[in-house]
Design a protein around this ligand. Structure first.
Ligand code: UDX
Ligand code: UDX
Length: 463
């Protein structure tokens, strides 16, 4: 079977970039990305491609090449489902905020709604692909819904988790370490797997396309994120030990990373990991383990989250402690709000937690981030529900210029590792600040020797 028409439900950080790259690499396939959110689709169709809703290096260019040719963004979900041979489900699966599994399990409401909509609309056989990260055995649930509510058409369910990291999404999609496709091991299942393999094989070497059963594929995605997050929490736990013993966590990370068995990646000590996946996926893993009564397994992975929360709180506490145990009425400047550089995504960003802690201490926070809007920052704080929107706006100001942000500030906190921070005129910044001028480098990206020479009190993570 040859795929000619793809529909993707969900025009988010995963669906948008992934489908743009597929459309770009496969000009003979029509790709339609649909979303319930009309404003989001309007932005994807914005005449100026620089205004699409997601900032990812290289994405605008790819969209400008493919959009209108074989890449379309639409809110007509039924039509796109009807016309497609293969439907990717790429909607969000947030952690449940209510009921059974609250705070841990993934909320599969949207996935189920998609499955029911597909079942209602489909008039010809379809392949349905789980692109969202899902708990193990979700494919089974989707299959049940499709087979019991459909119009008699046949469905094959595949799991094809996405491993792209934000900020490098396009490079990751063009040169993936691997593409993982899980499917039923029956003849029909294998045929569906092959159809999707053929799509990726247009640009991914066949040796990098891995096929497995559905459950291995689903679990591999959770496991990959859990392992990556665990490395960050491991090095962060040691950063605290370094601070009290006089070791330097950067040196330790370098020394252990040169062991080829360990490797150098994901060993940057930081203010804590964020993003839409790590915490959610680990909580999911914890929930699954608990639901099978595997409490030791659950506790083991939960510790990764506990350590991450500790690291975020610890960073805020260190600021308070260093500023003579009070930040009340003091201006503190945040450089960065996104959960990592080169993205405008702020989900679970450590900055949110640190700001919350400092507002509780009555600090006045001024924020500059090159890509995140004031609207988003206030929405993140309001979402916490810790205080009224008016209070959040009283304590937090968002500015568009880093040099305006630091005027009469007592301290700067680096929350995101944006490259531009390294090239600022730090002498000028020092001149504009209150003295002593503190820098809390939550990403260890600045040169402590140079800043100390300029007069700053520099405090990094793990040294
Ligand atoms: C994220 C994670 O990155 C992914 O791994 C996880 O499994 C799902 O959530 P992402 O693309 O970043 O995926 O999510 P998001 O940017 O929130 O996009 C989801 C889109 O789906 C939204 O635009 C939303 O409007 C849309 N949606 C949601 C629908 O179109 N229909 C629905 O029923 C629900
Ligand atoms: C992650 C996975 O890498 C990706 O494969 C999956 O598809 C989605 O989840 P993402 O969350 O976009 O991707 O970014 P990632 O680069 O993994 O960073 C996650 C968080 O960890 C960020 O807040 C980052 O700043 C932090 N981090 C990462 C560290 O603090 N130290 C490190 O050494 C690496």
């Amino acid at each position: 079977m040859k795929i000619k028409n793809i529909c993707c439900i969900g025009a988010g950080y995963v669906g948008g970039p992934t489908m743009s790259v597929i459309a770009n690499q496969c000009p003979d396939i029509v790709v339609t990305v649909v979303d319930l959110n009309e404003t989001r689709i309007e932005h994807w169709n914005h005449p100026d491609v620089e205004n699409i809703p997601i900032y990812e290096p290289g994405l605008s260019k790819i969209v400008s090449e493919a959009r209108g040719r074989n890449l379309f963004f639409s809110t007509d979900v039924d039509k796109a489902i009807d016309e497609a041979d293969i439907i990717f489900i790429s909607v969000n699966t947030p952690t449940k905020t209510y009921g059974l599994g609250k705070g841990k399990a993934a909320d599969l409401k949207y996935i189920e709604l998609c499955a029911r909509q597909i079942a209602r609309v489909a008039k010809t056989d379809k392949i349905v692909v789980e692109k969202s990260t899902l708990p193990v055995r979700t494919a089974e649930a989707i299959k049940n819904i499709l087979n019991n509510t459909g119009n008699g058409v046949k469905f094959q369910i595949l799991s094809n988790p996405e491993f792209l990291a934000e900020g490098t999404a396009i490079a990751d999609l063009l040169n993936p370490d691997r593409v993982l496709i899980g499917g039923d091991q029956s003849d029909e299942g294998k045929e569906a797997i092959q159809a999707l393999v053929d799509v990726y094989a247009k640009w991914v070497p066949i040796k990098n396309i891995l096929t497995t059963n559905v459950w291995s594929s689903e679990l591999s995605k959770l496991t990959a994120n859990a392992f990556l997050a665990q490395r960050v929490s491991s090095i962060n736990s040691l950063s605290e030990l370094c601070e009290v013993t006089g070791a330097d966590v950067n040196e330790v990370a370098k020394a252990i990373g040169m062991d080829s068995r360990i490797g150098p990646k994901f060993l940057n000590a930081s203010v804590g990991f964020g993003g839409s996946c790590f915490q959610k996926d680990i909580l999911n893993l914890v929930y699954i383990a608990q639901s099978y009564g595997l409490n030791k397994v659950a506790d083991y992975w939960e510790q990764v989250i506990i350590m991450n929360d500790h690291q975020k709180n610890r960073f805020a506490n260190r600021i308070v402690k260093s500023l003579y145990n009070t930040v009340s009425g003091k201006k503190i400047t945040f450089f960065g709000w996104a959960f990592k550089k080169d993205t405008n995504d702020t989900r679970e960003s450590a900055a949110i937690s640190v700001a919350n802690d400092l507002i509780s201490e009555q600090a006045e926070i001024t924020i500059y981030d090159p890509k995140v809007s004031a609207e988003q920052i206030y929405a993140d704080l309001d979402y916490l529900g810790q205080r009224s929107p008016e209070e959040n706006r009283k304590f937090v100001k968002v500015v568009n210029d880093p040099y305006d942000a630091i005027v009469l500030s007592h301290a700067i906190a680096i929350l995101t590792e944006w490259d531009e921070f390294k090239n600022y005129d730090w002498e000028r910044i020092y001149g504009g600040m209150m003295k002593p001028a503190f820098i809390f480098d939550g990403r260890n990206i600045l040169d402590s020797a140079i800043l100390t020479d300029l007069g700053f009190t520099y405090i990094g993570i793990g040294s």
